[in-house]
Design a protein around this ligand. Structure first.
Ligand code: MG
Length: 497
């Protein structure tokens, strides 16, 4: 038995209703993004909003809160039980700290801001979005005050998305990353084995054939279709209803097939995390991935360390060629180079492994300055362009390919971006330790021995769910905290040798 303490058992029983609401809400979200008829959106939004209010009420229920308080700090709980208490305590703390009016105003502002952000982006006019960004930043500053922080105001927002993450952690990561990335980039561009542009990026594919490719690849990776699905949506995502129903989506743009393929593998990585959580944790507060950063480490591990590896392009070449006949003009080596083009570019979501984190650094710097009030929303657009030029040597000609490109700020998500970098760094860290224990990953991939990789990830990360907070999970599994040097070493090995 994982859960034995009498009070924990009662707590879990009370929690089960909250879990049921989140289960139902996930189905609603999944449906909204995939098959819901367009006109369903109004009633659906109300339904989801009401369910979230209900769920908050249940979480702040006196009996539940007092059980958590009673159990907090109790030494004779096992690790799983302590995890349950930690997660609930954190959720209650955040929910209690934020006044409902503020939460409502943020949600309302975000909802209003979204169409203006969209129009601003389409018309390349930052002024259309500016007043909303101003308002969102002001509200986020209030969130910071209510949540509280010890060192830096931005800590409050970071912790909201990545439990325990501090501004100084992110400062440390980027101070090591920035010079390394720039050095690697310079050399990659110089010796041009990895091309800046590849002809396959413009080649159109047959969407039905590409659907088959994605299905075949998922079968190869043994994505369990009895516990999951692959559907299509405007923005690919993974969603879990529980441990036995974890669904992913992909999209088909009709050209540049690696986007759809690597996107599918990325979501597979997210899904695998949820699918490999210890079944005994089912329907509890710890039956999900522990944080956005650790989740992203799983998706990026599969997308980059596996999907973009030479072994993978070699092992899947015949399969790809069967459905995508235009590949007959390209060798596996060429496909590998196509998967790994490197160039300074404006758009974060299209950035390669080498330059990606520079895009995050830029956003991190600006967000920090916005939250401390050192700059205001009206400074952001030009600062963005200046920083881009300093960091990557290119200057956006339009706001649409600069400050207006991401949806995050319009949704009120400030403090979210650094979790992407955590994901990249942790993926490289895991890869290093995996090689130490299992030997060459390339060999495993080439031989199709994905089980060895999956089992390793299960034991080190997945099976624990949210039992341990992110930093502690890494310490327990690898004996160390976040360490950016694994990533820079990985870049050097892959791109410079
Ligand atoms: Mg992701």
């Amino acid at each position: 038995m994982v859960f034995e303490n009498k009070d924990i058992l009662e707590l879990l029983e009370r929690y089960r209703v909250i879990w049921a609401i989140s289960h139902a809400t996930s189905v609603l979200h999944w449906d909204s993004e995939t098959y819901m008829p367009k006109n369903g959106i109004m009633e659906r939004s109300v339904a989801i909003g009401e369910l979230s209010v209900l769920s908050q009420k249940l979480l702040l229920d006196e009996k539940l809160v007092s059980l958590v308080e009673k159990l907090d700090g109790l030494e004779d709980l096992n690790d799983y039980e302590k995890g349950v208490v930690r997660v609930l305590k954190r959720n209650i703390r955040i929910m209690k700290a934020l006044p409902p009016e503020l939460v409502r105003e943020l949600a309302k502002t975000a909802q209003e801001a979204r169409p203006y952000w969209k129009t601003a982006k389409e018309k390349n006019d930052f002024n259309i979005f500016k007043p909303y960004l101003e308002k969102i930043v002001e509200l986020e500053k209030k969130v910071v005050e209510y949540l509280g922080y010890e060192e830096h105001p931005y800590d409050a927002l970071l912790d909201f998305y990545e439990e325990g993450l501090l501004t100084r952690d992110v400062d440390m990561m980027f101070s090591k990353l920035e010079p390394e990335i720039r050095a690697v980039l310079e050399k990659v561009l110089e010796n041009d084995y990895y091309p800046q542009k590849h002809p396959l990026e413009d080649v159109k594919y047959d969407v039905d054939a590409m659907r088959k490719v994605n299905m075949e690849i998922l079968k190869l990776l043994k994505y369990p279709f009895e516990s999951g699905r692959l559907d299509e949506s405007a923005h690919p995502f993974t969603i879990h209803m529980g441990l036995k129903d974890v669904r992913i989506t992909t999209r088909y743009e009709g050209y540049d097939f690696k986007r759809s393929l690597l996107g599918t593998i990325h979501e597979f990585g997210h899904a695998l995390y949820e699918l490999q959580i210890d079944e005994r944790l089912m329907m509890t507060p710890i039956a999900t991935g522990v944080s956005l950063g650790i989740h992203e480490s799983q998706s990026r591990f599969w997308e980059n360390m596996l999907g973009r590896s030479r072994a993978f392009t070699e092992a899947t070449y015949e399969l790809l060629k069967k459905y995508l006949p235009f590949l007959k003009d390209y060798s596996p080596e060429e496909v590998y180079r196509y998967f790994n083009t490197v160039r300074p570019s404006f758009i974060r979501t299209e950035a390669d492994e080498v330059t990606y984190n520079i895009h995050i650094l830029l956003r991190f710097k600006l967000e920090k300055l916005l939250i401390t009030g050192e700059i205001s929303a009206s400074d952001v657009a030009d600062l963005w362009n200046d920083e881009m030029e300093r960091l990557l040597g290119i200057r956006p000609k339009t706001y649409s390919e600069g400050v207006l490109q991401d949806i995050h700020w319009s949704q009120g998500s400030i403090g979210y971006f650094p979790t992407y970098t955590i994901g990249t760094l942790v993926a490289a860290q895991i890869r290093y330790h995996m090689v130490n224990e299992l030997g060459s990953i390339e060999e495993l991939i080439f031989n199709g021995d994905y089980d060895a990789i999956k089992n390793y990830l299960r034991d080190k990360i997945h099976k624990w769910g949210s039992t341990y907070p992110p930093k502690e999970l890494l310490k327990r599994s690898f004996g160390e905290e976040f360490d950016p040097t694994y990533f820079t070493r990985y870049l050097r090995e892959k791109y410079l040798s």
